[in-house]
Design a protein around this ligand. Sequence first.
Ligand code: HXC
Length: 517
Amino acid sequence: MDRERIEELHRRRQAVTEGGGTERIERQHSQGKFTARERLAMLFDEGSFREIGAFVNSRAQDFGLAGRDVPADAVVTGYGRVDGKLVYAFSQDFTTMGGSLGEMHAQKICRAMDLALQNGCPFVGINDSGGARIQEGVDALNGYGEIFRRNTKASGIIPQISVIAGPCAGGASYSPALTDLVLMVEGSARMFITGPQVIKAVTGEEVDDQFLGGATAHARKSGVAHMVYPDEQSLFGELRWLLGLLPANNRETPPRVDPLEPSADAAELIDIMPEMPNKGYNVEEVIERIVDEGSFIGIHPEFASNAVVGLARLEGRTVGIVANQPRFLAGCLDIDSSDKIARHVRFCDAFNIPILTLVDTPGYLPGIGQEHGGIIRHGAKVLYAYAEADVPKISIVLRKAYGGAYLAMCSRSLGADVSLAWPTAEIAVMGPEGACNIVFRREISEADDPERVRQEKIDEYREKFANPYVAAARGFIDDVIDPVDTRSEVLSALESLERKLPDTGDRTERRHGNIPM
Ligand code: HXC
């Protein structure tokens, strides 16, 4: 064999591996960023990554690109193992033409996505790019369109996770937005449709790119980012763990691991719930006492904090958690928390993850802003998502469950398979104060001592309706349980639903995208 040919292969491969060259790699590192290949090494089990299309290069001719070497066309694509599970990925190489997306760059991503979908494997996209490669014009735009279409077709079939580790601007941000989870790195990641300069030109507003589209902005305000990490190492560490919670695709169930006991004592559940019905508490302390030790991972933890959603393990099984958070806005449902809950329910439903819902909500947030912002439209997403979901659904009313919010939060009427309540539950059309002010308005205002009569009526209403037993008498609640037994009750419920079939009766027919309408 001609040895020179083999040497040429190694030389060429080495050149591709060096991307934009030492100087640009050093610049990348000096900004606290890793290179495309270093990131893949952090994501995958050691030595398991196989690159596809390493020798692909740009074939653009205009604006100085003719004959220009663009190693790997600025994106590394391929597959590897994450704790043994096959995962496909792309990782944009900012050191080569700013990771910009041209025709061949997009083709490589599309091929990896097609292979992931055909083989039923999760897909991870690592974004660090100046966006559409300006020199390639409409070919670059077409490339984005091809990716968006594939994101949408794969939605609900394979888990898709986006990492934002640098700029992700313009229409480019729509690909991550079409995926299930968006993970951002603080400091280096930024996403926006129009950047600071365009905003200044059009609206006159002055803003820097971090305030506009940094990780904090998207984690707290826009809700675009599901999770935020201080650095890339911690991001990839948690991403590996997250992938371990998920099935490879919508026909499989999530993997089961060795169970762990909860980290805190269930007896403390009684003390967590305040005696005063209007006092807040941290529902995450309740979750901690139900799920396997250290297994709860919050999704969207800083966005719409009046709701908590996430994933956890229960006796080693993956379970989706949805809860009202009485510590913020008394746990009421509003526009943002509705979007947050609906999206999570659809995600869990797509990937065969049973949903545990913990209810403590006084209702929907009143206000002109909420009404004009479309609380009806957004709130409807929660109803739609729960009613459509055919994974096992278990709900527990911890305290308040009033009105439409009672129905929305996985009530029996919307299809809860097992609906439980703590003895502290209050299930009614509305809270005692509000109800008495309406129903007994005249009686109260005409009384000699209106305040005394009002209090009497409130006490009477509370006695009659603010408990779980009226709903239990109708069969809307299957059982009222001692809080100490919550974990064992949930485990029994999960076991009883282990073989639950979807409404179609056919698991292979299941396909729900993750975007709620
Ligand atoms: C071609 C690009 C590029 C792009 C960056 N580069 N973005 N080349 N097309 N979109 C190149 C630069 O020319 C430079 O090349 C190298 O990448 C590194 O860029 P720098 O500017 O030196 O880096 P930095 O200072 O870190 O700034 C990064 C940046 C900036 C903020 C991303 O480069 C930038 O603003 N780029 C343009 C962003 C943009 O407007 N993209 C189009 C968005 S519209 P050299 O050879 O000098 O090192 C879009 C539409 C998608 O994406 C629509 C989908 C539907």
